[in-house]
Write a protein of this length. Structure first.
Length: 374
């Protein structure tokens, strides 16, 4: 059975706020969407099956409906990231006759901009900062490698960030100053988390298990605090927080063995996924005061009414969390808020078919698969 919380949970929690820190809203029940990205203004982005048009990237604003962002000429597009001013980064097929995909940036009044490639056939967007700088990965000439790129709207040119061993890399996050994080193949033969800055170039961050430990950086804030996943050196994977001058901190687990951090706020709140004592994946939130906590324990009912959040995909600076429940019946997306939404201003869910595309759940071991950047 599929459980849908939506406004039911929100109303119930109004009378029991002392028991929980978050109000939970099923995005499909409440808004009629499944979103894989959001921002602090409670705008959402993802993929939507628009009747008569097909699967298209969308942006959704509370109080309105999904905006069809179109395509670059092909039959499919998907949104992967959303900044605070509502600009959307994503990927689109560029020709109806083939499946070639390029990254794009969508801006109100401008529409989709094709980011191009690094000289190869395809590119893919992963993140966008507040001034529209987009990062991701692209095939290089001859499609020999895939490398991390930076694209700026002021130049309209995609630039390679290189890699740690001149082969494969992929960027996953970018902050306001243009510092970029991601994963790169390395001379040690494993994927490594990296930091790229405009002045320092590409730097190997090392890892929880030492300088040669495999890992992946997933997010960065404007203080250059970085989160991700790293081998601890004993065959297990830890969620990490890396800070300039302090290095790596293992954020711990929810009683299990492995964990991965996915997103960080400007104030240092971190979210991600961790195994519990039963080695089952659970969404977590971490802060310096409370440490790591299971998000399922912080919402009304939790698993007792069928809601078991398995991963937290992102956290906004207002404290909202975008989380996912991954079950045998597929994925369900939830917005967690510290204050209840005004559900009277929320329109009835649209009666459209919904399509889940490219769920960015980071598996505990996925960062080891360095060929994902090839």
């Amino acid at each position: 059975m599929t459980y849908r919380l939506g406004m039911v949970v929100a109303v119930a929690m109004l009378t029991q706020s002392a028991r929980a820190d978050y109000f939970a809203y099923d995005l499909e029940t409440t808004f009629g969407i499944r979103a894989t990205a959001f921002n602090g203004n409670r705008q959402f982005a993802g993929s939507f099956d628009f009747p008569g048009e097909g699967v298209r990237a969308f942006r959704f604003d509370i109080g309105g409906g999904p905006i069809n962002l179109g395509t670059l000429g092909g039959a499919f597009s998907m949104a992967t990231a959303l900044n605070e001013v509502g600009w959307v980064a994503g990927d689109s097929r560029i020709d109806p006759a083939n499946s070639v995909v390029h990254g794009f940036l969508w801006r109100p009044g401008i529409g989709l901009t094709d980011l191009g490639t690094l000289g190869g056939t395809t590119s893919a967007s992963a993140a966008v900062n507040q001034v529209g700088w987009v990062v991701g990965n692209s095939q290089t000439p001859g499609n020999t490698f895939k490398q991390a790129f930076l694209w700026k709207p002021e130049t309209g040119t995609m630039v390679s960030l290189g890699s740690l061993n001149n082969t494969n890399s992929a960027a996953t996050g970018v902050n306001l100053s243009g510092s970029i994080v991601g994963v790169s193949d390395s001379m040690a033969g494993v994927g490594k988390p990296f930091l790229w800055t405009p002045t320092g170039g590409l730097t190997d961050l090392g890892g929880l298990g030492g300088p040669n430990a495999a890992g992946r950086a997933n997010g960065i804030n404007d203080s250059n605090s970085i989160v991700g996943a790293s081998d601890r050196g004993d065959g297990t994977t830890g969620a990490f927080l890396w800070q300039p001058g302090a290095g790596f901190l293992d954020l711990g687990t929810l009683g299990g063995i492995n964990a991965s951090a996915t997103s960080i706020t400007q104030s240092g709140i971190v979210v991600g996924t961790s195994e519990n004592a039963g080695l089952e994946p659970r969404a977590f939130v971490w802060d310096a005061t409370n440490g790591i906590r299971d998000l399922n324990d912080l919402i009304l009912g939790g698993g007792g009414i069928g809601l078991t959040l398995t991963n937290a995909l992102a956290v906004s600076d207002r404290g909202d969390i975008l989380a996912v429940r991954q079950g045998q019946d597929g994925a369900s997306y939830f917005l967690l808020t510290e204050q209840p939404l005004d559900t009277n201003s929320v329109p009835a869910p649209a009666a459209f078919a919904l399509v889940l595309a490219a769920l960015p759940i980071l598996g505990y071991r996925r960062f080891r698969q360095t060929r994902e950047t090839s």
